[in-house]
Ligand binder design. Structure first.
Ligand code: ADP
Ligand code: MG
Length: 393
């Protein structure tokens, strides 16, 4: 998968429509509470500005469900982005997104100017990928740049439809996702170790299946490990268990052979609560009335050893209930190992990224994926429509 990027095309003097991910959280007064996504979009915008493009930005925010709703307006983003760029961002406040304000603002642009359109999900066509809106978006520009990895798994007008009418390339954010997530899974420096965790086997089945063939080692921890323990014939007490997936877990274990590593001890608690009574139990020793909330110290050692020899590590899903301090040790220990080894380390999945950041180790990883659902689909081996729509090199 080798897609053209903004550096592969001439942008000077061109009107460039950039699909960003400005879906930032707001508080009740509509102040931006986390500006990471705005900061993340800046390298692509700066490159285009510095190279004399007329930069037209668009994004969705929240779920206005196809109609204009002021609480989902991108106006606060225009303001914050202006501050971050040190440059005016003209906000085209059209309820129909591509309206009189947008058209006028674009017509008056000089090279290096920046315009932000209103929330693309003000339009009912957006999430249905209906061509009327795609054509309107395309009519504003000469070139389309997709830099919104978080919505690359959705075929919407502003992520896919518009690419039918304009030359389409990726920005730096998507380029980096393709480079790290794509290479880690499809063209890794070996040994490749995948670490999977999180709550449910059922939500990660396609990930397990896709990765099993590709990895040298597959580590399974977190809540999903108990269904595998049950498949081994162990009691799991009140731990998370998906009974309907026990047979599936058996199948996977048979297929994986010694590629698969499962926990050999567990931190169990009386209740799902940070202050609950807890203890460490060995393999197969979870009693009735107790639930597994983290991997134990022997498992940390086992998993760490397996990871240390890796040259590429892909991690999706925490090893325990990392939101509770007393059950975050396993997740933190694995994050620490990843931070120290000499390997390409790729973190995908909303909670996994949160866990690594909570441990303060985000900047020690080679790549932290910016898309929860999109990175999961990537790990499932799916083609993401927002990337497929871009031109090949
Ligand atoms: P990601 O968002 O990285 O893909 P998931 O959404 O699959 O990860 O899983 C994350 C959730 O799994 C976290 O909220 C965490 O508390 C939960 N989890 C991990 N281990 C356990 C466990 N042993 N019991 C219950 N929940 C768990
Ligand atoms: Mg999650």
């Amino acid at each position: 998968m080798n897609k053209k990027t903004i550096e592969d095309i001439l942008v000077k003097g061109k009107k460039v429509l950039v699909r960003c991910d400005f879906n930032v959280p707001l508080d009740a007064d509509r102040n931006i509470t986390d500006e990471n996504r705005i900061v993340g979009a800046i390298p692509t915008i700066k490159y285009l500005v510095d190279n004399g493009a007329k930069v037209i930005l668009c994004s969705h925010m929240g779920k206005p469900k196809g109609e204009p709703k002021p609480e989902f307006s991108l106006a606060p983003v225009a303001k914050r982005l202006s501050e971050k760029l040190g440059k005016e961002v003209i906000f085209a406040a059209d309820d129909n997104v591509v309206g009189e304000n947008a058209k006028k603002a674009v017509a008056e642009m000089n090279d290096g100017d920046v315009v932000l359109l209103e929330n693309t999900r003000y339009r009912a066509e957006e999430t249905k990928n209906i061509e009327t809106f795609s054509k309107e978006l395309a009519s504003l520009a000469d070139i389309f740049v997709n830099d919104a990895f978080g919505t690359a798994h959705r075929a919407h007008c502003s992520t896919v439809g518009v690419a039918d009418y304009l030359p389409a390339v990726c920005g730096y954010l998507i380029q980096k996702e393709i480079e790290f997530l794509g290479n880690a899974v499809n063209n890794p420096v070996r040994p490749l170790v995948a670490i999977l965790g999180g709550s449910k086997v059922s939500s990660k089945i396609s990930v397990i299946e896709n990765l099993l063939d590709k990895v040298d080692k597959l580590i399974i921890g977190g809540g999903m490990a108990y269904t595998f323990m049950a498949a081994k014939g162990y009691e799991v007490g009140d731990s998370l268990l998906e009974k309907d997936y026990i047979d599936y877990a058996k199948e996977m274990m048979a297929k994986a052979g010694d590629k698969l590593l499962l926990p050999i001890d567990t931190v169990v608690a009386k209740e799902f609560n940070n202050d609950a009574e807890s203890k460490i139990v060995g393999e197969g020793a979870i009693e009735a009335g107790w639930q597994g909330l983290d991997i134990g110290p022997k498992t940390i050692e086992l998993f760490s050893d397996a990871v240390k020899s890796a040259k590429t590590v892909v991690w999706n899903g925490p090893m325990g209930v990392f939101e509770m301090e007393n059950f975050a040790k396993g997740t933190n220990a694995i994050a620490q190992v990843l931070a120290e080894i000499d390997a390409t380390t790729v973190i995908g999945g909303g909670d996994s990224v949160a866990a690594v950041n909570q441990a303060g180790l985000g900047d020690k990883m080679s790549h932290i994926s910016t898309g929860g659902g999109a990175s999961l689909e990537f790990l499932e081996g799916k083609q993401l429509p927002g990337i497929v729509a871009l031109e090949d090199k």
